[in-house]
Design a protein around this ligand. Sequence first.
Ligand SMILES: O=C(O)CCC(=O)C(=O)O
Length: 373
Amino acid sequence: MNKLQEWPEPIVRVQSLSDSGTPLIPERYVKPPLERPSINSTASMDVNIPVIDLVGLYGDDHALRAAILDQIAIACREWGFFQVINHGVSPQLMDRAREAWRQFFHSPMEVKQAYANTPKTYEGYGSRLGVEKGAILDWSDYYFLHYLPSTLKDCNKWPTIPADCREVLDEYGKQLVKLCGRLMKVLSINLGLGEERLQNAFGGENIGACLRVNFYPKCPQPDLALGLSSHSDPGGITLLLPDNHVPGLQVRKDENWITVKPAPHAFIVNIGDQIQGRMRESGLISDEKLQVLSNATYKSVEHRVIVNSSEERVSLAFFYNPKSDVPIEPLKELVAPDRPPLYPAMTFDEYRLFIRMRGPSGKSQVESLKSPR
Ligand SMILES: O=C(O)CCC(=O)C(=O)O
């Protein structure tokens, strides 16, 4: 546990490296050749993750609602990623939240340093994920904070620059928790369960919610580095508010990396390990369903972020997670002797600790928990 009290090496702010004007990135940001952005990358104009309009989700038109549920089911199976528009979150609030964070990252270093984080809770201003000494690092800084449970929410750890930052953040969190609750119902129905079942399995009202704001400074050698290494998200649902001008998110599709083209005022939704990996494998989706829908494997999909030399990028990743001490295990009504659990029951706290020790590393974290069948 001691290992998580402090960083293994002095922290270097990536923004300072970028601002220094160095033409060469330090060795420890240089990725091994097979992880570099040029490998299997495609920025084809025709390929994108699905964009789904949620406008009919809560209306009286049952056929429209069913069609939206279907689109989400297909997107989960085929991509594990999709964008939603007309989702109910105010577009002005989305813009304001992104701008507030841009302002924060552009405030003087001593202001930001006052919020410097440690690996114990990760809350605050950070520049690395994982505590492995000598690890190759990502080309980004970030800010991490908790919304839920309310016992973890500590607004004193939220920035006061710009002046309305805390107020904007609070409202942003409220609206996103609401949207995630709606999406949980959709996923639950799509898994053939009652609409509250998934939420209840996550701990009912007592779920966790947190925000990581990523700041990717300009990088003088973008072909050698990544803004965020390949990973799948450990929690339940992630709502990503991407930069409104600069692309960078890449999603793994088979052997290729597809660059996401964000729709205006969309959230990019992806399903984390707790739903797609462990709950599926432990029986949440029946084998029959998997057979009938031949391609119907829900996966927590790997994604990563590329950087560029001409523009910085800001993104807000909102994570909706199970209650930290509820063991995530198969739902009784869906387990059968011929469908034994593939992953061990683990609380989200235990799982997150496991992830935090290692930092982002593709799907190896969730895969390493799998028991042989
Ligand atoms: O910046 C992005 O587009 C993605 C961020 C992300 O994947 C994360 O914060 O986990």
